[in-house]
Design a protein around this ligand. Structure first.
Ligand code: BDP
Length: 715
């Protein structure tokens, strides 16, 4: 081999090895070199014994084999029966011998998807048993066990019982049939409709595995702005193929239902939900789907929102529409996830009030198998929004929360923003629905109102990029979403720590600073984009970069000026009693806090109040100075993130290290762009100098206004 060829082949090998790390997500299973805690007990584990032979259990067995043997060096073998000590025993409780069952204890402390991991003694020999009521619980237990090993946690004297707190833990893919992804920043859709059903891409399997490893149990394959074609036999055959891949991983497939499908693909004249033919059409369609996919999850529906058809086109309402579809899937155990993301161009009222106004009167009117899907805030996935008031106001209706994992308004896949911090803030918000402590988490996990159907949805950030999510750290948002869907009470710090250890390294000198960087990253993006409660001032359409000046779009609420209302007197949207009175949609305790300028949390100030430029903030600064300093702080925070990352090279492979380094550089540039564009624009109204410590822009406002991005992704 020539020298050149040698160099080329070496480069190729090192590229692919490194790229595989990106691809492997949090399932790296790195070889353990010095992990005493783990090896103390694990090093002499002799075997894995599986009881049962379902596909799900086989997946679990293979995962243990792969994980443990990678981490501990090919020592552990599969055994066909229990012999010797120090084995890992896996199987559903009823598949285990009575002797083992007795040691497990009370299985009723967990639900059907839960698991128990316990160190037990059988005939005086030490064993670890991973069990559940069903094999899917066992699989979740196996991933949980592997996570302990991956993150160097002790596995001595284990006694863990864990179970998901919500029923539907689901990704919403906004994927179109042409493989473009609405608000997707990680390439094209994973679903290769053209090659399905005959070609099963390995990626489908890897996708299912990654989801199962964090407890995600549902996927909506298609965009909420739906295409009826997905419901035709030609496509259903392809959906069936995907469902078959996902099933053993405990993942159900759902589809978006275009409300006008009976007309578009059914040849009917109407899609009126009260029309007998329409009802029948949906019933038959459901039967057709369930014949192919017996465990089909159901439909997600965006109706009468942003131009999508819905029951209102026929003088009916959301209840009529949702209940008609609910009847169609009910015989098969399906659910309808009906979205509450509605606002109308014909309603001059504050957009933030409209979903509540429209849906709250329907409380208690939906069928049992309907769950209303509500975005985390009342506008639209902003860097910070107060929690959606609907969460405090519909005690008789199952509500599921919808988060956006893809970063439509938070820097796409170029900005490092750790979203679990945002998710946690919303979940921990107190609705005061039934007095103090009745948090959003308690509403959506059903504990507050004894709701049977519960769920959490996340708009996926996954595409066919090699690393799945575009930014290596955006993987943490997929991971964190799954962990919070499983347990909405987990904190972001724990999630960041787990993810870093499984994805990169257990070295404390790496984990500590990088976890701190992740935690800080959410506040950084708020500061350099929309501090103090500002919102929706991104450039319109694609939402890339700042556009606070945009005021020429046909619908008022599509214009950033609608949201910030900057003028000579000040800035902010008055949603208090003196304004639109949106605060009245919250429980009295919260209403009072938000309504009063003095008690309103400063990080949501301009969401609820129009505040004079000279208003004194808690730190003694005027509003103008405080705002400018926040923008600067955001930029400084990104610089600090760069500093932290630059010191991590010895813990991270070259490729991921450099990727993150380059991305942080873009983030830094864009943070400055945000600061400069916004401050120059608002300065026209405040007519004040920048305070000390805030860097001056080197460009003019006209320059920033002139920037155009006709091909920004995801639009
Ligand atoms: C907005 C997006 C738009 C979605 C819409 C939705 O800009 O692309 O279709 O939400 O959630 O955030 O339906």
């Amino acid at each position: 081999m020539s020298f050149l060829r040698l160099v080329i082949s070496f480069c190729f090998i090192s590229f692919s090895a490194s790229a595989q790390k990106d691809y492997k997500l949090w399932l790296q299973y790195e070889k353990k070199i010095n992990a005493k805690l783990v090896t103390n007990y694990l090093q002499d584990i002799q075997g894995i014994v599986a009881f049962g032979n379902s596909e799900t259990l086989k997946i679990g067995l293979n995962e243990l084999d792969l994980g443990l043997n990678n981490m501990l060096g090919n020592k552990i073998s599969m055994k066909s029966k229990l012999e010797g000590d120090k084995n890992i025993i896996i199987g559903s409780k009823e598949s285990l011998s009575l002797e083992i069952q007795k040691e497990i204890g009370n299985i009723d402390q967990i639900n059907d998807e839960g698991f128990i991991i316990k160190s037990i003694l059988i005939k005086n020999k030490k064993q670890i048993v991973i069990t559940g009521k069903k094999d899917i619980g066992v699989l979740y237990g196996i991933y949980s066990f592997l996570r302990l090993v991956q993150s160097d946690k002790s596995i001595k004297n284990l006694n863990i019982a864990d179970a998901p707190k919500t029923n539907i833990r689901i990704l919403n893919h906004w994927d179109n049939l042409d493989r473009t992804v609405e608000r997707g920043y990680a390439g094209f859709s994973l679903w290769n409709w053209q090659k399905l059903p005959d070609f099963i891409d390995q990626r489908y399997i890897d996708y299912a595995r990654a989801n199962a490893s964090i407890g995600i149990n549902g996927t909506v394959l298609t965009n909420v702005n739906a295409n009826a074609l997905i419901l035709t036999p030609q496509y259903l055959e392809k959906v069936e193929a995907l469902a078959n891949v996902f099933r053993p991983y405990g993942i159900k497939v759902y589809l978006t239902a275009r409300f006008s499908a009976p007309i578009e693909i059914g040849g009917l004249k109407t899609a009126d939900p009260k029309d007998a033919e329409v009802m029948n059409w949906w019933k038959n369609k459901a039967a057709e789907i369930y014949k192919r996919i017996p465990d089909f999850g159901g439909f997600l529906v965006k109706a009468n929102s942003e131009g999508q058809p819905g029951p209102q086109n026929y003088g009916r309402d959301h209840v009529d529409g949702a209940n008609m579809l609910a009847d169609a899937v009910a015989p098969f155990g399906g659910v309808i996830m009906w979205r509450a993301f509605v606002y109308s161009e014909h309603d001059a009222n504050d957009r933030a009030k409209q979903a509540y106004a429209e849906f709250v009167p329907y409380d208690g009117k939906f069928k049992e198998n309907v769950i209303v899907q509500v975005k985390n805030g009342a506008i639209d996935f902003q860097p910070r929004e107060p929690f959606h008031p609907m969460f405090g106001a519909m005690p008789k209706t199952p509500l599921m929360i919808e988060f956006q994992i893809t970063q439509e308004y938070l820097g796409f896949s170029t900005h490092l923003v750790f979203l679990p911090k945002l998710f946690q803030e919303v979940l921990a918000s107190d609705t005061y629905q039934k007095g103090e402590g009745t948090t959003v988490a308690k509403v959506i996990d059903g504990t507050l109102n004894k709701t049977k159907l519960t769920g959490i949805a996340g708009v996926s950030n996954i595409g066919n990029d090699l690393n799945w999510t575009g930014h290596p750290f955006a993987q943490a948002n997929w991971y964190g979403f799954g962990r919070l869907a499983w347990n909405p009470y987990l904190d972001a710090e724990t999630i960041a720590d787990e993810w870093l250890r499984c994805t990169f390294s257990n070295n404390e000198n790496f984990v500590k600073p990088v976890a701190a960087m992740m935690i800080e990253s959410r506040e950084a993006v708020v500061n350099y984009m929309t501090p103090l409660g500002l919102h929706h001032i991104m450039d319109t359409g694609h939402h890339y970069g700042p556009g606070p000046w945009v005021s020429n779009l046909s619908r008022p609420e599509w214009n950033p000026v609608y949201y910030h209302k900057a003028d000579k007197n000040g800035i902010g949207f008055d949603r208090s009693k003196t304004g639109t009175n949106a605060t009245a949609q919250y429980a009295p305790e919260i209403e009072k806090t938000f309504d009063n300028l003095e008690t309103c949390p400063e990080n949501e100030l301009l969401w609820f109040h129009h505040v004079s430029w000279d208003y004194k903030l808690k730190n003694g600064q005027t509003l103008w100075n405080g705002l400018a300093l926040k923008y600067q702080e955001g930029v400084n925070q990104v610089a600090a993130m760069q500093n932290i990352w630059n010191k991590t090279h010895k813990y991270v492979d070259d490729e991921r290290f450099k990727e993150v380094q380059m991305l942080l550089e873009i983030q830094y540039k864009e943070a400055k762009w945000w600061r400069d564009a916004c401050l120059l624009y608002f300065q026209q109204y405040s007519e004040k100098e920048l305070p000390l410590g805030v860097e001056k822009s080197t460009q003019s406002l006209d320059y920033f206004k002139s920037l155009k991005f006709p091909f920004a992704p995801g639009n």
